[in-house]
Write a protein that binds this ligand. Structure first.
Ligand code: CA
Length: 235
């Protein structure tokens, strides 16, 4: 199974909390759980962090000095760049009544203080899974690696250049290794259901993908399954 292992690039979490001891406790727990963290003590700092480099998830405290966490959440939801950014609201017990409006404001989940580091990490992982923001994982099979962040593919230590369609096709197959897809299914997933493309077009792109990977003998990974379709396999 080692050949199919997916290496997770570290996920970045922005912690927006004005109380430094709580912020540091959260940061400590997240770093220990393998996350990268950034810290902001108010909404203004949080917004500039997000503009600099969008994190994978934001923890927003309900009570902040310059605006409420709810207002920050609403602002982030209105902005194109952060519209789909997963947000977890941190609330104190006295603010429990406000949780519902936190969710209405666009948060994906909330967690009540005091919470354990383990509980927080579990909730973060659940939200990341649910919101499907796993797009930054490095995907690999054998010595073939695709890095979606840098949009780069390496095979046997050399960089491989692919056209945009072959790139999407390879990425989809890497995300779904060992599964057989019919041409129709590949059309839906890689080309999108609304585009009119003949099924034989897929064969053309598969051939191009194999040619690009051939010098690295990685062509053996993209397998034709007679009467069914295609499969990416390590065997
Ligand atoms: Ca606070």
């Amino acid at each position: 199974m080692a050949a199919n292992a997916r290496n997770m690039a570290p996920r970045r979490v922005l912690i927006v909390e004005d109380e430094a001891p709580i912020r540091r406790m959260i940061a400590f727990n997240l770093v220990r759980a393998g996350f990268e963290v950034e810290e902001a003590a108010d909404c203004a700092a949080a917004r500039s962090c997000i503009v600099d480099r969008c994190p994978d998830l934001v923890l927003v405290d309900w009570m902040l000095p310059d605006a409420s966490g709810l207002e920050l959440t609403r602002t982030l939801r209105r902005d194109e760049r952060s519209r789909e950014l997963p947000i977890i609201m941190l609330t104190a017990r006295a603010e429990e009544r406000d949780r519902v409006s936190g969710l209405e404001g666009g948060a994906d989940d909330y967690i009540t203080k005091p919470f354990s580091g383990r509980e927080l990490v579990a909730r973060i992982n659940a939200v990341l899974r649910r919101t499907g923001s796993t797009g930054e994982e490095v995907l690999e099979i054998g010595d073939l690696r695709l890095d979606p962040v840098g949009h780069r593919i390496h095979a046997g230590g050399s960089e491989v250049t692919l056209g945009p369609t072959e790139y999407r096709l390879l990425k989809f197959l890497l995300e779904n290794q060992e599964r057989v897809f019919t041409r129709g299914q590949l059309l839906d997933h890689v080309w999108g259901g609304n585009v009119y493309v003949e099924e034989r077009t897929i064969d053309v792109h598969v051939r191009r993908l194999r040619q690009a990977l051939e010098p690295y003998a990685a062509d053996r990974f993209v397998q034709t399954v007679r009467g069914a379709g295609y499969r990416l396999s390590a065997s």
